[in-house]
Design a protein around this ligand. Structure first.
Ligand code: FES
Length: 580
């Protein structure tokens, strides 16, 4: 840790709007006074933008308006001037074709909202999956001091006495309906039991994973990730975050000071230990690209390889975020990494302390939730990166959510050309498929879907489910919900729509998955593969205009984070010319 705080007092960027007596500054200041602000609020104190992804249509963040009041209280207490700013909110459960298509648009909009306005520091109020990476990407591209506070997970769901995990049980129940083990009425009854309170998904899905990633990167206060949305300590966390950002502005503690290569390696290992979502791969690669850290898919495999999954949460395990919080939450996990020699202990955090200083004294209060290493769900919990002639630039698999017996598997490909083809044929009893086959889904990557939807964990055919079989090897260029599970190979790169080898797999080909050796092979000769690729024609539709066009023209592959090529890097915080 080499951070040296900037001298204070000094002139902040907000003074370019508010300082002095020129006509321009009066224009900026005077209009704000219609909110009832006294003149001395514009005296050079830190102006803190509370960037709020609250939306009625982002239900996971539906309580952030109230929570923002606690952030404001903290900013006032510390001598700052809080201004709440609504920003683009990419909701996981309402955006079509997929919220992922809008992560980069949100990051672009928020970046410009930060740079274009008198904001000296930012509190990133996030929760639902894409809201967290999009705002961190924006902050990284401005390098304005920023701190994350998440909305926290929902309380446990229960159905007929059993825990119900957000998403995880949706997949389970829908398979049970297909297999004839659950009626549609029971399914509807279960739906009502899933979401008992405000907050994000209560499993270790993508929202909880990204909250954990923010904390492991050092971008949130220690302990933030797991506090339930409705717990009074969530509101305390918001207030403490508001207090802290004011000092961060005075010190000029920036995202680039915190999000270093060691911080990303800490986050990757943390993801392995918590059994986190495969979506973290894409989001961390994109965030690193914004802050100028050279992070690759190979770093994911290298760092995660020897990390056991010790957090016993769905979808990999049996508990939910509420129990994780009661057990001590993420600080316990990070401490365990430190004790195992798997943590860069001196990584700087937004608190101003090192990561190790924050966690070294915490206690694990429940060893059935945060497991001892010898009882780990899997000893090698890191995201596996597979390569081979089917995935020259890589594909990923989450071992803690997969079936051990399928980690080495050779099977006959059953190919679906796109998601519509899959939906049209998967329930057909005449489909030539059994549990030994490998299901292949094409044209669901960043360009192809477009946006790279979470359809990689495609449901099994009913005739296989009726045998009591719940997992098969599945391969696609899609993503998978963080709440999902199975032996699912994802993010295959290059994607089919970009002419990757996935595009030319045919039903009847044989495919070999070998996780211990990190390979994914299509068993055809090099000559045959080259001939098929030479004859390949794109089949996905190109948008003619609008954001969908921009996305398809400029989105990069999943192997580098699926950012838009012209948005990579940090463009800084420089104030533009005044227009008045
Ligand atoms: Fe919003 Fe899961 S759908 S957090």
């Amino acid at each position: 840790m080499t951070f040296k705080p900037a001298p204070w007092p000094r002139k902040l960027r907000s003074q370019h709007w508010f300082g002095g007596t020129s006509r321009d500054t009066i224009y900026h200041r005077g209009w704000l006074k219609n909110q009832g602000h006294p003149h001395d609020l514009f005296d050079g104190r830190p102006v803190i933008g509370i960037l709020n992804t609250w939306s009625d249509l982002t239900p996971c963040n539906g309580h952030l308006r109230e929570l923002a009041e606690k952030v404001k209280a903290g900013v006032w207490e510390a001598g700052g001037f809080p201004v709440e700013v609504p920003v683009f909110s990419a909701s996981e459960n309402t955006f079509r074709p997929t919220a992922m298509m809008y992560r980069n648009l949100a990051a672009l909009a928020v970046e410009e909202a930060m740079r274009a306005q008198p904001i000296d520091g930012a509190v990133l109020m996030v929760g639902c999956d894409k809201t967290t990476p999009s705002l961190i990407m924006a902050a990284a591209s401005t390098d304005i001091p920023s701190i994350v506070v998440t909305g926290g997970p929902m309380l446990n769901g229960y159905f007929r006495g059993e825990r119900v995990g957000s998403g995880t049980h949706l997949w389970k129940f829908s398979e049970a309906v297909k297999a004839g083990e659950m009626t549609q009425e029971e399914f509807l009854e279960a739906e009502a039991s899933m979401s008992r309170s405000t907050g994000s998904c209560n499993t270790m899905g993508t929202a909880s994973t990204m909250a954990s990633m923010a904390e492991a990167l050092g971008m949130a206060l220690s302990g933030n990730a797991a506090i339930p949305a409705v717990d009074s300590r969530r509101r305390v966390m918001a207030q403490m975050t508001g207090r802290r950002i004011v000092q961060m502005v005075k010190d000029d503690l920036k995202p680039s000071d915190v999000m270093t290569k060691p911080a990303f390696e800490n986050a990757i290992r943390t993801n392995a230990a918590i059994g986190g979502s495969t979506n973290a791969v894409i989001h961390l690669l994109a965030m690193a690209g914004r802050v100028g850290v050279d992070l690759t898919l190979d770093d994911w495999d290298r760092c995660g390889r020897d990390v056991p999954t010790i957090v016993n949460l769905m979808p990999s395990g049996k508990y939910l975020m509420e129990e994780f919080f009661y057990a001590g939450g993420l600080p316990v996990v990070i401490k365990r990494l430190g004790e195992a020699g798997l943590l860069h202990k001196d990584a700087l955090t937004v608190s101003g302390e090192t990561m190790w200083d924050q966690v070294k004294d915490v206690v694990n209060w429940n060893e059935d939730v945060i497991l001892p290493a010898e009882k780990a769900l899997t000893q090698s919990g890191g995201i596996v990166v597979l390569k081979g002639n089917l995935a020259p630039k890589g594909a990923v698999l989450k071992p803690s959510a997969a079936t051990p017996a399928l980690m080495v598997h050779r099977g006959r490909a059953v190919v679906f050309e796109d998601i519509d083809d899959y939906k049209a044929r998967i329930n057909d009893e005449a489909l030539d498929i059994d549990e030994t086959c490998v299901m292949v889904l094409k044209n669901c990557g960043p360009k192809g879907y477009p946006g790279m939807a979470e359809v990689g964990n495609m449901g099994l055919p009913p005739k296989v489910l009726r045998k009591g079989i719940t997992d098969m090897v599945r391969i696609s260029d899609a993503r998978m919900s963080g709440t999902a599970y199975g032996t699912v190979v994802l993010h295959t790169s290059p994607e089919a729509a970009a002419g990757g080898p996935l595009a030319v797999v045919q039903s009847g080909d044989f495919i070999t998955l070998d996780v211990p050796n990190r390979t994914l092979r299509l068993e055809i000769s090099d000559d045959e593969l080259a001939a098929r690729l030479a004859a390949w024609q794109p089949r996905h539709e190109q948008a003619a205009s609008g954001y969908a066009w921009l996305h398809q023209q400029h989105v990069e592959g999943a192997d580098t984070g699926a950012d838009l090529d012209f948005l990579k890097g940090c463009r800084g915080r420089e104030v533009g010319k005044d227009s008045h």
